[in-house]
Design a protein around this ligand. Structure first.
Ligand SMILES: CC(C)(COP(=O)(O)OP(=O)(O)OC[C@H]1O[C@@H](n2cnc3c(N)ncnc32)[C@H](O)[C@@H]1OP(=O)(O)O)[C@@H](O)C(=O)NCCC(=O)NCCS
Length: 191
């Protein structure tokens, strides 16, 4: 396999799809799951081009749908490799919805998909290095490193908090929330 570094441009991919009525939910807007599926497709195409191998999706970060997408919109998903590790790649995806009548384009979300390349033995396979051609490429690579570090910190903090979370001692924290404790809790003062 060719292991020469590959540029971001080499694998940049855009997928454009018309939002047809069968993609809509009962409220007439496009299902989030349709967009997730398109994001997965474009991330795969971009990652597989860079890797020169099949890839699998490991995780998806930053999926916040900021604007609803309408039936009749043209949705374009722009994908590029932001970061590569040994066998993993982070693909940044920018989603734009366009109203063809008005020409107005709306940025609905930017998300980051981590993919892992797999060799013919089905094991994670080495991917080519990323050739950074300008400061923008370098900024995205550095941001991906930062995001990965923050995610790791969050994961440790959350795992620790979860294992130490004593439900009985924390029930009073639920009083400000929209839930009802529907079982009998022992009254400490009761004889
Ligand atoms: C992804 C997968 C290959 C990782 O396997 P593994 O035994 O953990 O392999 P490794 O430990 O060698 O990790 C491989 C790479 O994945 C990365 N990785 C593993 N879990 C990860 C996670 N949760 N988030 C981000 N990256 C992750 C590792 O950091 C490593 O990256 P690197 O080589 O660039 O350093 C394996 O978990 C898998 O096949 N998962 C199922 C994927 C799939 O089917 N997706 C479709 C879902 S429907």
């Amino acid at each position: 396999m060719n292991m020469e570094p590959r540029s971001v441009r080499f694998s940049q991919t855009t997928l454009t799809e018309l939002m047809i009525p069968s993609y809509a939910n009962f409220g007439g807007k496009i299902h989030g799951g349709i967009l997730l599926s398109l994001m997965d497709k474009v991330a795969y195409s971009c990652a597989a081009r860079h890797a020169g191998n099949y890839c699998v999706t490991v995780s998806v970060d930053g999926v916040d749908f900021l604007e609803p997408v309408e039936v009749g919109d043209l949705v374009s998903l722009h994908a590029s490799v932001n970061y590569v590790g040994r066998t993993s790649l982070v693909i940044g995806i920018r989603v734009i919805a366009e109203n063809v009548r008005t020409g107005i384009q709306r940025h609905t979300n930017t998300s980051y998909v981590t993919m892992v390349a797999k060799g013919s033995d089905d094991k994670p396979a080495l991917v080519p290095e990323l050739l950074l051609e300008n400061e923008e490429d370098a900024r995205r690579f550095l941001e991906a490193i930062k995001r990965r570090e923050l995610k790791e910190t969050y994961r440790h903090a959350f795992d620790n908090a979860k294992t130490r979370l004593a439900v009985k001692e924390n029930l009073d924290k639920l009083s400000d929330h929209r839930c009802v404790v529907g079982w009998q809790t022992k009254n400490k003062d009761a004889k």
